[in-house]
Design a protein around this ligand. Structure first.
Ligand SMILES: *Cc1c(COP(=O)(O)O)cnc(C)c1O
Length: 515
């Protein structure tokens, strides 16, 4: 029943946007239809036009299998494998399969909810190991600047100090001697990526891991994205540099099954060289009156469904299935890379290890008002962002990545089997988008605003000041949603100091979750 209209001068609190629980329950088909409708505004997760976030094997039966396997285990609680022994059985199978590809004799691991959780756990294990074995009380985490943000999150959550080592500005790979030089007696863990998310290039794993080994320090390989792709690429006969636990000095490794394992979201594995190291990941607590707690992972109660669907997809695809899918992705890269390199105004960054490509856009626009003193042919942030918007209007999602510490802004593409048939179309639209971007007004960021921002203390901003800033950036206003063109917003963000950027992003995302 709609409420009677109130008098204008009455102060009425804003009603919450999300609707309250219905007084009487709605029928299932209505709700499922509503859920399907809500997807309409999302980027498509299947069909090969979304080049980030989703991993489409192009095999509908894999999706059906994952959903059915999840359903069969949805009500099982992975919290207690003594009550649900199936969970231990499935986890041993999944971790065993991963260990057989990426592990070494004696290695042990855990199934987790994703790359971030695998990384949190590896950092926690390293921190506690360093404390117990080496007496390190103020632990440091040594990481190349291209290491995934999840390591910074782990350091933040777990109280480690980060030591960030710049990468080579041409290859975007970690420089082994510099990473080794950053190791101190306080280093709990050294990180390398195989490959890095941002540029898709592989760090010199063997050199860094052996340098860590010589200092008696642990070394984690972040193979979240490459770990279930590169081994099968090698099996398909392509060159791949070793990066697993069999490499001397590698002591832990993370690999996401919800990426190139093609499982649904919520599936990853963290491996350790031995049980002694994995022990430091576990949390046990008997000092309360409830059931005795042993949590290998961050979560307590967890659905058996995620494990079951990952298990089913792994065993359905098998070695041959994954090899065929890796081959398809490699063929997509074979077509894409020369096409990109031949596109006027496009520059591929580094030598991609296989499935991830980052490119920047350079322009004749460099001599225009936006960047009067830039060299023609140098990366142009405004063009990069315009191209992303132009591509989005043509039905493609490419992921914008902002500039960082001298590394150029760029667009990131995650190749999956479903994208393989799309490369020709993509290249045509990209060439058009670059031309269209160059013809657009350059993206201009108000220098006065940037100067003002540089003088602000991000932590001391009031909610009103933050809201004002967001509104100015084009992100403000109740219910205004996202602008259709993101270039002006992202260009402003790019120009702001990191802490202010973080504060604004957090407030912005908070504004999306209104209740
Ligand atoms: C995806 C990814 C992560 C983080 O994993 P989530 O599953 O998103 O939590 C970490 N490292 C790399 C290299 C990744 O690609």
């Amino acid at each position: 029943m709609p409420l009677a209209p109130r008098k204008r001068d009455t102060v009425v609190p804003e009603p919450p946007r999300a609707s309250a629980l219905p007084a009487s329950g709605r029928p299932a088909d209505e709700l499922l239809a509503r859920l399907r409708d809500l997807r309409a505004a999302d980027a498509p997760t299947r069909g090969g036009r979304t080049f980030a976030y989703v991993y489409d094997p192009g095999l509908p039966e894999v999706d059906e299998l994952a959903a059915a396997a999840y359903g069969a285990f949805a009500t099982v609680n992975g919290l207690d494998p003594t009550v649900f022994p199936s969970v231990a059985r499935l986890e041993n199978d999944v971790v065993g399969a991963v260990n057989a590809v990426l592990g070494a004799p004696g290695a042990q691991g855990t199934f987790t909810s994703g790359g971030t959780e695998s990384i949190l756990l590896a950092v926690k294990a390293a921190r506690d190991h360093a404390r117990a074995v080496r007496g390190v009380t103020r632990p440091q985490l040594v990481l190349p600047s291209t290491a995934h943000a999840a390591f910074h999150k782990a350091a933040h959550y777990l109280g480690l100090e980060t030591v960030v080592v710049p990468v080579d500005p041409v290859t975007f790979r970690a420089v082994a001697s510099e990473v080794a030089g950053a190791i101190t007696d306080r280093t709990a863990l050294v990180v390398v990526s195989a490959p890095s998310y941002a540029h898709g290039v592989q760090d010199p794993v063997e050199q860094v891991a052996s340098a860590a080994d010589e200092r008696g320090v642990l070394c984690h390989v972040d193979a979240c994205i490459g770990g279930w792709f590169l081994p099968f690429l090698a099996r398909a006969g392509r060159p791949v540099e070793p990066f697993g636990l069999s490499v001397r000095g590698v002591t832990s490794l993370s690999v996401d099954l919800h990426k190139y394992g093609y499982a649904d979201k919520g599936a990853s594995v963290v491996l350790y060289r031995d049980a002694e190291l994995r022990r430091h990941q576990y949390f046990a607590h008997a000092g309360w009156p409830g059931y005795p707690v042993v949590n290998p992972t961050v979560q307590g109660t967890k659905s058996g469904g995620l494990l079951a669907q990952a298990w089913a997809v792994l065993h359905h695809l098998g070695e041959d299935g994954y090899t065929a899918l890796a081959e398809r992705v490699a063929r997509a890269a074979d077509a894409l890379l020369p096409g990109l390199r031949a596109t006027d105004g496009v520059r591929v960054l580094g030598e991609p290890a296989g499935s991830l490509v980052a490119f920047t856009v350079t322009g004749p626009a460099a001599d225009r008002a936006a960047a009067p003193d830039a060299d023609a042919g140098s990366p142009d942030l405004g063009l990069v962002l315009h191209v992303a918007d132009e591509m989005r209007e043509r039905g493609w999602y490419l992921q914008p990545q902002l500039s960082y510490d001298g590394l150029p802004p760029n667009l990131h593409l995650t190749l999956t089997p479903a994208t393989a048939d799309r490369v020709g179309e993509l290249l045509v639209d990209l060439a058009e988008s670059v031309a269209a971007a160059r013809a657009l007004e350059p993206v201009v960021v108000d220098p006065g605003l940037v100067e003002l921002a540089a003088g602000l203390d991000p932590d001391a901003l009031t909610p009103e000041e933050v809201a004002g800033f967001l509104a100015f950036a084009g992100l403000g206003g109740e219910g205004s949603g996202l602008p259709t063109r993101m270039a002006p917003v992202l260009a402003l963000l790019d120009a702001l100091p990191p802490r202010l950027k973080e504060r604004l992003l957090a407030e912005f995302v908070g504004s999306l979750f209104r209740v």
